[in-house]
Design a protein around this ligand. Structure first.
Ligand SMILES: Nc1nc2c(c(=O)[nH]1)N[C@H]1C(S)=C(S)[C@@H](COP(=O)(O)OP(=O)(O)OC[C@H]3O[C@@H](n4cnc5c(=O)[nH]c(N)nc54)[C@H](O)[C@@H]3O)O[C@H]1N2
Ligand SMILES: Nc1nc2c(c(=O)[nH]1)N[C@H]1C(S)=C(S)[C@@H](COP(=O)(O)OP(=O)(O)OC[C@H]3O[C@@H](n4cnc5c(=O)[nH]c(N)nc54)[C@H](O)[C@@H]3O)O[C@H]1N2
Ligand code: SF4
Ligand SMILES: [Mo]
Length: 875
């Protein structure tokens, strides 16, 4: 955990493995972590997830040894099995019959190695990345507008802007340190405006100058209408357009066709629209930052180009305080784009459709059979697997059984894979269960290499821990398999630095072919130079040079963006539009953050959130959410910050922690026609109450098995215990007996309190005076006691009386309170006490009890607890 006064002299400088902000971290083997004051991304700051990194270093569920067919095997045997499986598939069906599905959480060196193996040596374009679910639309839009996948701006532009527009980005929760930089800049320059374009009133809307809660999927209409307005109001930069751009007329024509319908299509109040248009037209220093509310859409590429168009039209690009800015999600989303590990790109920003590129790459790699063209993109790759068109698949550092849309179909495809290899650090990945060969990968703190963040800064991730068990680096596994397939010479690297040099040298070749991506200046780094490499922004054409803003030269293109509605519309049968996204304290499929009790205090259970007027039952009721595939059963929450007609579900829970609380079985696998990025945000669903005969919880060391449709969520507790939240439609007496039997331990005895007439069934399991388990069932969740008090007693000598234990709370004393500030573990009760004692502002609350002084992401919640929460107003 973050210890501000700890001695960091023994700490290693490394980089956070979560989001694309790419914060520098000082980490020590004892698990102490702190923000690196010398890193340009964060200057010492960390968010709640970064600050809890130390608590992920000893995760209970590590995959430690290779396995073949579910049994432990030697590395040699496992790697032989992978090589044999791929050889067989190649013999049977050629290069089209094999595939790799990789991840933005690989280091650049791993990513480079995987792409070289697939495209250069297996000869297949079938390597795609989970970036297809994340950045593909931004990549496609950049290529259409700039001719290359380039992010022109810097984080500093957000601080230097006079207007920042967040589109489909919950920056406060998803890029918290960047958000803190933005908030600090606004505090220093109160004239700076913030506009948030998001159907939901998210934490990022707190303090905003204007919130535009547009209809899901309607961003193209908003930005096309803005383009038409810029023309009408004389705000176009004619000089810039004439000298630097092409294609304005066609883009304007499409925009003019949409403009009259914009208010109807977006559902936005015309006054809010007019204010936004006026501010945008009048503010040269404008940054428009976008994320998944834009990319994850069947119009994702057009949405991104509609944003870029308004920046080209006003000449606001490549200069301080202005520009379109796509922020990356994963720690190495940008690095993956550099090495070309998408099915549609080649390494070092080279392209199949540019004459000579593929040949030059084949020559550089001495590749026997470079893939002849693009391969299967993520959704199609798993469809092909399900249809028996892929003989061998290797999944690295991603959990598609949870994160792809229509995920039950993905599970079925994984189950019928003729040969599936999965490399992961954790057994908590649902995908791992389907693998024929499991390869244990090094995790953060153990692996060594580079990552590139959203502003093109390459930083080192450095190892500061020994490898656990027999875990090895991903690049090493790839190279070992390549050697076994007969490609020893091309994969003879001894270290990540060897790979990095090759990658850098290839980029110099690409630069000679006209590409802006160029780190040729780093190709001469020796081991020592690589070891001490400082955060470095590309392009770096020569040693010692450093990159800055891009696109001050070169031709830029407008792209016409005609209106297109989301693929699947709400209907009478499915009247709600489901939005999915992230929670502040969780990372993706929870294989790491889901096992850190501190990060599970905020929202430990998956909830479906609706506007109060759309809610079919009271908050806390179990509901069934029906969409494309298996329905979800989970608890309902209401939030007036959601528009009518919209439901929100976090993307995080998989079968391991909540079999019935999963979002992605509900989503149809519709994709953007240009980028093939799936529409993970706008799926039609219906929500209706799920009639439970009983509700309950179990606190125990054992993990209860999830069965059938029994809603069940597991929550980790300190000390290796689990809290289970469950409910059932069977008779509570039977469930009580069944659960008690499954929890019994030798030498332990149950104490039982039952009132069958009232539907109350309670039992605690005691052994040697210690509380081992607690089981509570009731007909209504409100009749169950809070779990916190009992949870603190687990494994402890029972200091409480049996009566108190079965009562579920201490005889006296205040009821437990939820944690609001995850960084400092401050509860709502403590915060309320601070406010009652006179703290009138978020800052004063921080001074009184430290809440909100860590990552700051809970500050909106703190503000909401204050008596007069200020609502954003158009000014
Ligand atoms: N805490 C946390 N942080 C993370 C991650 C994590 O798992 N947890 N993951 C990282 C990764 S890989 C990524 S890609 C980023 C994602 O970062 P974000 O894109 O900021 O996160 P999301 O919650 O997926 O979606 C952002 C917002 O899009 C809105 N939205 C939905 N539909 C529309 C629409 O049609 N138009 C507009 N304008 N908005 C819409 C949603 O309401 C949501 O608030 O976060 C990164 N950071
Ligand atoms: N409904 C919905 N679905 C979504 C999204 C959404 O907004 N809504 N967002 C999409 C987006 S933007 C993204 S990026 C994806 C993310 O989805 P995933 O990539 O599937 O999610 P993670 O949980 O990050 O999976 C990473 C896996 O890699 C393992 N791992 C970590 N480090 C390493 C390593 O160094 N080597 C190896 N071999 N393994 C490692 C982890 O243990 C984990 O099992 O989800 C997508 N799915
Ligand atoms: S903002 Fe948080 S999650 Fe993102 S890199 Fe920084 S510390 Fe890590
Ligand atoms: Mo992502």
């Amino acid at each position: 955990m973050a210890l501000p006064h700890a001695d960091h002299s023994a700490a290693i400088r490394t980089t956070c493995p979560y989001c694309g902000v790419g914060c520098g971290v000082l980490a020590a083997p004892d698990g102490t972590v702190a923000g690196d004051p010398a890193h340009p991304a964060n200057a010492g700051r960390l968010c709640s997830k970064g600050a809890a990194l130390g608590e992920t270093l000893a995760l209970p569920d590590r995959l430690l040894f290779p396995e073949v067919g579910g049994r432990r095997a030697s590395w040699d045997a496992a790697l032989d099995a992978v090589a044999e499986g791929f050889s067989r598939a190649l013999e049977q069906g050629g290069p089209e019959n094999v595939g790799l599905y990789v991840s933005g959480q690989l280091l650049t060196e791993d990513y480079y190695a995987a792409n070289k193996l697939a495209k250069g040596f297996l000869g297949t374009g079938n390597i795609d990345s989970n970036s297809r679910l994340c950045m593909a639309s931004a990549v496609a839009a950049h290529k259409r507008a700039f001719g290359e996948d380039l992010v022109p701006g810097l984080y500093a532009d957000l601080e230097q802007a006079d207007l920042v527009v967040l589109v489909g980005s919950n920056l406060a929760w998803c890029h918290p340190v960047l958000h803190q930089r933005l908030i600090a800049a606004r505090a220093a320059r109160p004239g700076m405006r913030l506009v948030v374009v998001d159907p939901r009133r998210t934490a990022s809307v707190e303090g905003a100058s204007l919130h535009l809660p547009l209809r899901p999927g309607s961003d193209v209409a908003l930005f096309a209408a803005l383009l038409a307005h810029l023309e009408k109001s004389g705000a176009l930069d004619r000089g810039f357009i004439a000298s630097r751009t092409a294609g304005l007329d066609a883009a304007l024509e499409a925009a003019r066709a949409i403009a009259p319908e914009a208010a109807a299509l977006t559902g936005l109040d015309p006054a809010g629209l007019a204010t936004f248009f006026r501010w945008f037209a009048a503010t040269p220093r404008t940054v428009t930052l976008w994320s998944q509310g834009v990319n994850q859409s069947t119009a994702g590429t057009d949405k991104a180009n509609a944003i870029i168009n308004v920046h080209l039209a006003t000449g606001r690009i490549g200069r301080p305080g202005m520009g379109p800015f796509s922020v990356t999600g994963q720690p190495n989303a940008m690095g993956g784009r550099e090495v070309g590990a998408l099915a549609t790109t080649l390494a070092a920003h080279l392209d199949w459709d540019r004459p000579g590129d593929a040949g030059a790459l084949a020559q550089f790699w001495r590749a026997p059979a470079l893939a002849r063209g693009p391969g299967l993109r993520a959704v199609d790759m798993f469809r092909a697997l399900g249809e028996g068109r892929l003989g061998a698949l290797w999944v690295m550092a991603t959990n598609p059984a949870v994160s792809l849309p229509d995920s039950d179909a993905v599970r079925a495809a994984l189950a019928r894979a003729p040969f599936l290899v999965v490399s992961d650090c954790s057994r908590a990945s649902d995908t791992l269960a389907y693998a024929h060969v499991r390869l244990p990968a090094l995790g953060w703190g153990e692996k060594d290499g580079t990552v590139t963040n959203s502003e093109r800064v390459i930083s080192r991730q450095r190892a500061f821990l020994p490898a656990p068990g027999e875990a090895r680096a991903d690049w090493w596994m790839i190279a070992e398999v390549a050697k076994r397939l007969g490609f020893a010479e091309a994969f003879a690297w001894q270290s990540p630095a060897d790979i990095f040099r090759e990658h850098a040298a290839l980029s110099a070749l690409a630069a000679r072919r006209g590409r802006v991506f160029d780190i040729g200046g780093l190709a001469g780094l020796d081991e020592a130079g690589y070891a001490v490499l400082e955060p470095t922004r590309w392009p770096v054409p020569e040693a010692g040079m450093r990159g800055g803003r891009l696109l001050d030269t070169g031709a830029l293109r407008f792209v016409p963006t005609p209106w297109r509605a989301p693929a699947h519309q709400a209907s009478a049968e499915r009247p709600l539009t489901l939005l999915t996204g992230r929670l502040r304290d969780q990372w993706h499929t929870m294989t790491r953050t889901g096992f850190v009790p501190r990060l599970m205090t905020g929202q430990p259970e998956p909830l479906v959130t609706l506007h109060p007027a759309d809610a079919p039952a009271a908050s806390g009721t179990l509901v069934e959410v029906t969409g494309a595939g298996t329905p979800a059963i989970l608890r309902l929450a209401t939030d007036p910050g959601l528009p009518r007609g919209v439901a929100f579900l976090p993307m995080h829970w998989g079968a391991r922690l909540s079999a019935t609380g999963r979002s992605n079985p509900l989503l149809p696998a519709a994709v953007d026609p240009v980028s093939a990025q799936p529409e993970l945000k706008h799926a039609p669903v219906s929500v209706r109450p799920w009639a439970a005969r009983w509700h309950g919880f179990v606190l125990a060391a054992a993990e209860l098995p999830a069965g059938g449709t029994t809603p069940l969520t597991r929550v980790p507790l300190p000390g290796g215990f689990w809290r289970h939240e469950l409910a059932g439609q069977d008779a509570p007496e039977n469930a009580f007996v069944r659960l008690r039997d499954s929890l019994s331990e030798p030498g332990a005895a149950w104490r039982v309190l039952q009132d069958p007439a009232a539907g109350q069934h309670r039992a605690v399991l005691l052994a040697g005076g210690c509380l081992r388990a607690a089981l509570f069932l009731a007909p209504d969740p409100a009749l169950l006691p809070a779990r916190d008090w009992l949870a603190t007693l687990l494994g402890q000598p029972a200091v409480a009386t049996r009566r108190a234990l079965l009562g579920g709370g201490p005889a006296d004393g205040p009821p437990p309170s939820r944690t609001v500030c995850a960084c400092h573990g401050v509860t709502e009760a403590t915060i309320r006490a601070a406010i009652a004692a006179g703290a009138a502002t978020v800052a004063a609350v921080g001074t009184a009890c430290a809440a909100g002084t860590g990552c700051g992401a809970c500050r909106p919640e703190l503000a909401a607890l204050l008596p007069a929460a200020a609502a954003p107003v158009a000014a």
